[in-house]
Write a protein that binds this ligand. Structure first.
Ligand code: ASP
Length: 305
């Protein structure tokens, strides 16, 4: 049974091709199948989500399945039920798959231990967000003309990920997929928001200009204040001054550099309006691609290809 817990375990090349087939199919006909099947997929969200949850819900419907959305505040979780008991309960009710978002790193692994349905990690603490990294990679793959995905097709490209690296599952999952595809990855944050131990195969810096200089891709990240211990960020104004992605800073990058952000955006903090809404921004394209990527990922986890 293929679970999706980390980015490293994804069959990336197949998923990119499959996502592209879905994108083409959805452009021609966005309607879900006429004959839905009696298959329930639980979406177990212990943390807020807009894009990921909406994309997984759409993915369920597009595959003819019924999404069963369970949020922490409206379930027995508030009565003290453990994650593993919730997973056992859903499996006993016959769900065919469980998508989990959880504030605790490792929660999807705990779920895998008791589940008899595939588990899909939709973000666990500061650990991993594999389908976000996959949709980011897919967005770049399309941008660069869909080269052979089994090659190191990002070789020679510089990707600067700027923001709260310390608490970012997006940065960790992206680092895996981007470096697998051959990219040179720079991680840039204030010293207090870099990881305690350097992440593998990346250049770490707190100099934003150095990170962005000659970059092909700049990925901005939100300050994860919900995961932040007091005092990690002494001044928001200083953060804006030194780390915000704005038009002036972007001029240091390659002229055809693209800007990405997993969302939600905090406009005026990690990115300014002109860049978020500008011609170089792929932000809404990422959101769009999130649907076909989640359909492909769900199909894979359901063992349907
Ligand atoms: N939406 C992304 C996540 O769930 C990024 C963020 O929340 O800042 O990790």
């Amino acid at each position: 049974m293929p679970h999706i817990v980390t980015a490293a375990e994804l069959p990336v090349a197949e998923l990119l091709i499959r996502a592209e087939q879905w994108r083409t199919r959805l452009q021609a006909n966005p309607a879900p199948p006429v004959q839905p099947r009696a298959a329930l997929i639980a979406l177990l969200f212990y943390e807020p989500s807009t894009r990921t949850r909406a994309a997984f819900e759409q993915a369920c419907v597009l595959l003819g399945c019924h999404p069963l959305v369970i949020t922490a505040e409206a379930s027995s979780i508030v009565k003290g039920e453990s994650l593993q008991d919730t997973v056992r309960t859903l499996c006993a009710q016959g769900v065919r798959g469980i998508v989990i978002r959880h504030p605790q790193a490792g929660a999807p692994v705990a779920a895998v231990q008791v589940a008899d349905a595939p588990i899909l990690n939709a973000g666990d603490g500061a650990h991993e967000h594999p389908t976000q990294a996959l949709l980011d990679l897919y967005t770049l793959w399309r941008r660069y003309g869909m080269p052979d995905p089994t090659t190191r097709w990002l070789a020679g490209r510089k990707v600067a990920i700027v923001g709260d690296i310390r608490h970012s599952r997006v940065a960790r999952s992206n680092l895996t997929l981007l470096t697998q595809a051959g990219a040179e990855v720079w991680l840039c944050a204030p010293p207090t928001l870099l990881p305690d131990a350097p992440l593998p195969h990346a250049t770490h810096t707190h100099d934003t200009d150095a990170a962005i200089r000659d970059a092909d891709v700049v990925m901005a990240l939100r300050l994860q204040t919900e995961r932040m211990a007091q005092g990690l960020l002494p001044s928001l104004n200083a953060y804006r001054r030194d780390y915000q992605i704005n038009a002036e800073r972007l001029r240091l990058a390659k002229p055809d550099c693209v800007v990405m952000h997993p969302g939600p955006i905090q406009r005026g903090v990690e990115i300014d309006d002109a860049v978020a809404d500008g011609a170089q921004s792929l932000i809404l394209e990422q959101v769009r691609n999130g649907v076909s990527v989640r359909v492909a990922a769900l199909e894979y986890a359901l063992g349907e290809w």
